[in-house]
Design a protein. Structure first.
Length: 370
């Protein structure tokens, strides 16, 4: 997988060389080890490779909550029989430019890469291609997929929802109904890309649990206790509390409306959602790829997107803040730096993989020595 390159000065500014600060690993070695773990647990080679690719790409881009730290949970899903490993998705509809799949609880990273590759192939004929996937396993970090499309001069929109999750309260309520409902968009610039990956909730379940394990608190009251009292304590979600929609206490109607749209696109179009009361990590997905050449053309597209991007970068920053950067700029810079210097995994990830590797007979890579 490749992403649109960034200029070296930008990489140095956003992702400086920190090789001496923490153990780093070759990305290829991490992909090989993760694929070996999934394969040892019974996953076919192609699916194991795709799952490993998505997780390592997440760590490369700095999305540590959706990288190799998910391997233990994925293996648990496999061993419990909740993640199916054999076969293909069931095609429920195919009109050329729009398709619907039943993912049959197959690995989400593999399914979404498969859908993206098919959409990027067909978009040259149809101009836009939309694919809805229901009943898929967790798809990992959403930013990975649009970045891949943007590097090929395409615009990609991706929504995902977890219909078995009800941790986010609708605006004005104190009871959880919705999921964090993330979306990601990627599109090309004259040089580089914009890649945004954001949730309809003000924070996420994974981030709350991670902060709770670290004994930390959020900088603002982003959650509510079960009685509706706002709190900065991430452990509230373990006490019947809920996460606020994006916009928080004052403007949460924005995140609430966004979540409803995401669940309509993912669950409504795929036909798989809260009505089925799914459990575990099952998800619904909506992916759309658009070819600028089918409209005013790629040159016209990047002329406009590049102009706006440069205007944003040139905008005077607020006092005490660094220059404005574009969504995804840091992640793509981190990716380039990690490919150069090695991947610095978040604390505890390699330690969590070691007992699993020992049980499955897989050798984990050693840290780089440079």
């Amino acid at each position: 997988m490749s992403a649109a390159p960034l200029a070296s000065p930008l990489v140095a500014a956003i992702a400086p060389d920190t090789r001496a600060a923490t153990p780093r690993y070759e990305a290829a070695a991490l992909r090989e080890a993760a694929a070996a773990l999934f394969h040892a647990a019974g996953t076919p080679t192609d699916k194991a490779a795709a799952m490993a690719e998505v997780l390592v790409e997440s760590d490369l881009m700095g999305h540590v909550t959706h990288g190799l730290g998910l391997v233990p949970k994925y293996l648990e899903e496999i061993e419990a029989g909740r993640m199916r490993l054999e076969g293909e998705p069931t095609i429920l509809a195919d009109r050329g430019a729009c398709l619907t799949w039943d993912g049959r609880a197959l690995p989400g990273g593999w399914l979404t890469l498969k859908a993206l590759d098919l959409a990027m192939e067909r978009v040259k004929t149809h101009g836009t291609v939309s694919i809805a996937i229901g009943n898929t396993q967790h798809i990992g970090c959403l930013a990975v997929y649009p970045a891949r499309a943007a590097a090929r001069g395409l615009l990609c929109i991706l929504h995902s929802s977890a219909p078995g999750t009800a941790s986010v309260a609708p605006f004005g309520a104190r009871q959880g109904v919705l999921a964090p409902d993330p979306m990601a968009v990627g599109y090309p610039l004259p040089s580089g890309a914009v890649v945004t990956d954001i949730s309809a909730s003000i924070t996420t379940n994974n981030m709350s649990l991670r902060l709770m394990r670290q004994g930390g608190r959020f900088p603002h009251p982003w959650l509510m206790e079960a009685d509706g009292t706002p709190t900065d304590d991430p452990a509230a979600i373990t006490r019947g509390g809920t996460i606020l929609p994006a916009g928080g206490l004052d403007h949460g109607q924005k995140g609430y409306g966004w979540a409803l749209v995401t669940e309509a696109l993912t669950q409504g179009l795929s036909g798989f959602g809260r009505v089925e009361k799914p459990a575990g990590m099952l998800a619904s997905v909506f992916l759309q790829v658009i070819d600028p050449e089918a409209f005013a053309g790629l040159d016209a597209f990047t002329r406009q997107t590049g102009h706006t991007a440069e205007a944003c970068r040139a905008a005077a920053p607020r006092p005490g803040l660094p220059p404005v950067r574009l969504p995804g700029e840091r992640g793509l810079a981190l990716r380039e730096a990690a490919l150069r210097d090695g991947v610095a995994l978040a604390p505890g990830i390699m330690e969590a993989l070691q007992p699993l590797a020992a049980r499955l007979g897989v050798t984990l890579p050693d840290a780089r020595r440079d």
